[in-house]
Ligand binder design. Structure first.
Ligand SMILES: [Zn+2]
Length: 77
């Protein structure tokens, strides 16, 4: 079973579709049981959608933002 910390660490890969099948299943199982992480992933998806609509955005900005959101989540569990 993934911990919340592990899920957050994988969240950007998850949204980029870069996780293996097994990892995706582990993430999905965690999300079924953990409301906080569901909310976190939802927020990440929204953020990613917003960034995709900004033409000047770069991949590194998304990484920075993901790190920022992960930190924010750690500070406000
Ligand atoms: Zn969790």
């Amino acid at each position: 079973m993934l911990t919340c910390k592990e899920l957050v660490a994988r969240s950007s890969d998850l949204l980029d579709g870069e996780l293996s099948f097994r990892e995706r299943m582990a993430v999905r199982r965690h999300l079924m049981l953990c409301r906080n992480c569901r909310r976190f992933i939802k927020q990440m998806k929204l953020t990613q959608a917003v960034i995709r609509h900004m033409p000047e955005s770069q991949g590194s900005d998304l990484d920075d933002l993901a790190a920022f959101l992960a930190q924010q989540r750690r500070d406000n569990p």
